[in-house]
Design a protein around this ligand. Structure first.
Ligand code: CP
Length: 339
């Protein structure tokens, strides 16, 4: 089936899981964005790609946008959805993620959408799950569908793929603890964007790379920027941080006044949830530059396109795929999920 896009799904190649954006071929990434764009243009979200399939949404961390948009996407495609909250599951009795996933197999689930506070947890799930696993955000590591929806949002805001190429996008804030930033750096770099990272020195550590420019000075980050991507200041991580909340506001809050040195009409994006008055002023977050709610709308389209590309032929493919162990990111703390 070609879906609604000009790129046949077969040409994009099958997608077994979506654990991070680095596993997507150019054709797969393009197929997701093209189909999601068409879904936004036509408003025709409903299809039968997952008719008869069962999707478990296991959210071991709070979420509003990601959980609801995955649920809407799976239902749009005809799947039955089941929300699993660890607090009311046997995980509170000590059942591991691996055992939980084995039980999902026995219950006949085809799809697992997983958000987890442990980086690498979706990679563990993919080792044990017979169907398709989609990473809905794992620790500080990755948030692939957020990066895809951000890329779609920027492309549409600038008028297309070619128009986005060569633009300057600055990601401001707590980059160190941000899975959104990590996945976005990959997709934006692939899109030919000049990516800048801006924040206190302690929040840029370990992010030096030839593909990005780092600065601790907001003015340098904003100068000539075509778009600014804010990140939530994670108050729970401020304890013992090199910067206090007041100092952060004084040095890094994105305001209309400070945006005067960006390109005229520069856009503002933020994955949410936003601390208005901390990382950004209300005027910017809710003003004409803001693409924040457009990102949320695009989230449903992107997640619908991702789930359609996965096409989990769960149990038929499982035995063959299990023969290939999946590498787990080495730096991740998996002690409580991999038992
Ligand atoms: N952007 C994002 O991941 O938001 P939620 O935590 O509400 O899903």
């Amino acid at each position: 089936m070609s879906g609604m896009s000009g790129i046949p799904r077969a040409a994009a190649g099958p997608l077994r899981h979506l654990l991070d954006v680095d596993q997507l071929s150019p054709a797969q990434l393009e197929a997701i964005l093209v189909r999601a764009g068409e879904l936004r243009d036509t408003g025709l979200m409903r299809a039968d790609d997952l008719r008869g399939r069962r999707a478990a949404l296991l959210f071991a961390e709070p979420s509003t946008r990601t959980r609801l948009s995955f649920e809407i996407a799976a239902r749009n495609l005809g799947a039955e959805t089941f929300l699993v909250e660890p607090r009311s599951s046997s995980m509170v009795k000590g059942e591991t993620l691996a055992d939980t996933v084995r039980n999902f197999n026995a219950l006949g689930f085809d799809l697992l959408v997983l958000r987890h506070h442990r980086a690498g947890a979706p990679y563990v799930a993919a080792r044990y799950f017979d169907g398709a696993v989609v990473n809905a955000g794992d620790g500080w590591h990755a948030h692939p569908t957020q990066a895809l929806l951000d890329l779609l949002t920027l492309r549409r805001a600038f008028g297309g793929e070619a128009e986005l190429r060569g633009r300057k996008v600055v990601i401001v804030g707590d980059v160190l603890h941000s899975r959104v930033a990590r996945s976005n750096i990959q997709t934006l770099t692939r899109a030919g964007v000049a990516v800048w990272l801006c924040g206190p020195r302690g929040w840029l550590q370990g992010l030096e790379a030839s593909s990005v420019t780092l600065t601790t000075q907001l003015a340098d980050g904003l100068r000539d920027a075509d778009a600014v991507m804010g990140l939530r200041v994670q108050r729970e991580r401020m304890h013992g941080s090199a910067v206090s909340a007041d100092e952060y506001v004084a040095r890094y809050q994105v305001s209309e006044e400070r945006l005067q040195i960006a390109r005229p009409g520069a856009f503002y994006l933020h994955p949410g949830p936003i601390n208005e008055g901390v990382e950004v002023t209300r005027e910017v977050a809710r003003g004409p530059r803001s693409l924040v709610l457009e990102q949320v709308r695009n989230g449903v389209a992107v997640r619908t396109a991702v789930l359609a590309l996965l096409q989990p032929a769960a149990h038929a493919r499982a035995a063959q795929d299990q023969a290939t162990p999946r590498a787990i990111p080495s730096t991740r703390d998996l002690s409580s999920v991999a038992r």
